[in-house]
Design a binder for this molecule. Structure first.
Ligand code: PHE
Length: 338
């Protein structure tokens, strides 16, 4: 028994000294001191010894166990320290290495123009409003005074979805949503994506508009022209001439198409302005009383104007882009230039 104990201690110490990892040491602990471990089974053998020998051998077993435990304890501690030290070494950041440059994209020209226009109108006290791209017929048409079957709907090349749902053809439904939510005074700008079934060098089935709406107790057509003049001067440069031509929209009366002096040729006449010296950039007008009726505004005591413009067209004019499709092909060689 004594011999066995001596031998076991020897082997155990050698194994502990040879083990290099925390896991290996845990395994050794289990194989020696665990419930079915070698030392544990030796201790169970104590019962078969001569009663006189029992206490002596018992003591010996205890001291062997203490020694093994002490050796295991210190080996575990240093294995753990080693493990941490190697990890710190391996994961240390070398601050002398040159940095990895992040691949930065650029903002899309359409986004740039939206941001610029919103910030110009923010300066005039307009808040930003938004609405859904899948819209009810009622908001896109009916409340804007396009009765069912009205021929004005024909101009809108609508993508219908189902059950009176459609892809909004303009941002004008945001006028309705805003007026239903708040009482006058209203001064909002509503940028967003709109859809029309139309596609060529100057039309895309998906494009962007910015809507404007101002309603208060005494808003006039003069205010509309003033706001649009300040706006176009800021967007295209000082003293860009603005011209209003009579037009028709069901939800404004009177209505106007708004032109700016051609920024490409300086009004001399070129291919882009079709030799007229003017470029049409937006539709506008005084909000029709019929629209106020749909949102329960008191048409007798308020007045207001609305306008809507296509962003792609403005981006094309501003950056001299000749084909609208370039804006949506997402060729990075094109997009990187902005
Ligand atoms: N929603 C109109 C269009 O897309 C533009 C517009 C907006 C006209 C607001 C007048 C007032 O054609």
């Amino acid at each position: 028994m004594r011999e066995k104990l001596e031998q076991l201690k020897c082997c155990a110490m050698a194994a502990i000294a040879a083990a290099s990892s925390v896991d290996a040491l845990q395994d050794i602990r289990i194989s020696l001191l665990g419930r079915k471990g070698e030392l544990t089974s030796l201790m169970k053998g104590l019962g078969s010894l001569d009663p006189a020998e029992r206490p002596v051998v018992g003591q010996l077993v205890n001291s062997v166990r203490d020694e093994i435990e002490a050796a295991l304890g210190s080996a575990l501690e240093s294995a753990q320290n080693n493990f941490i030290a190697t990890r710190i070494q391996a994961e240390r950041i070398d601050t002398s290495l040159p940095g990895r440059r992040a691949q930065k994209g650029t903002k899309h020209p359409v986004s740039l123009v939206i941001e610029e226009i919103c910030s110009i109108f923010a300066g005039l006290g307009f808040a930003v409003a938004e609405g859904p791209e899948i819209e009810h017929d009622w908001y896109n048409f009916e409340a804007l005074n396009f009765p069912p079957e009205h021929p004005a709907r024909d101009m809108q090349d609508t993508f219908f979805v189902e059950n009176n749902l459609l892809l909004r053809t303009h941002t004008s439904p945001v006028q309705i949503r805003t007026m239903l939510k708040q009482k006058p005074p209203v001064r909002i700008i509503a940028p967003g994506t709109v859809y029309r079934c139309d596609s060529d060098a100057t039309h895309s089935p998906m494009f962007h508009q910015i809507e404007g709406l101002m309603v208060d107790s005494r808003v006039t057509f003069g205010d509309l022209k003033g706001v649009l003049t300040v706006f176009t001067n800021q967007l295209f440069g000082q003293k860009t001439g603005v011209r209003l031509r009579p037009s028709y929209f069901p939800f404004t009366e009177p209505s106007a198409e708004v032109d700016i002096a051609c920024v490409i040729c300086g009004s001399k006449g070129c291919r882009i302005c079709k030799n007229s010296g003017w470029l049409e950039i937006l539709g506008a007008g005084m909000v029709d009383p019929e629209v106020y009726r749909h949102v329960q505004y008191d048409a007798e005591n308020i007045s207001g104007f609305a306008f809507g413009m296509g962003i792609e067209r403005i981006a094309m004019l501003k950056y001299g882009i000749s084909d609208m499709r370039l804006l949506f092909e997402n060729d990075v060689r094109f997009l990187r230039q902005f």
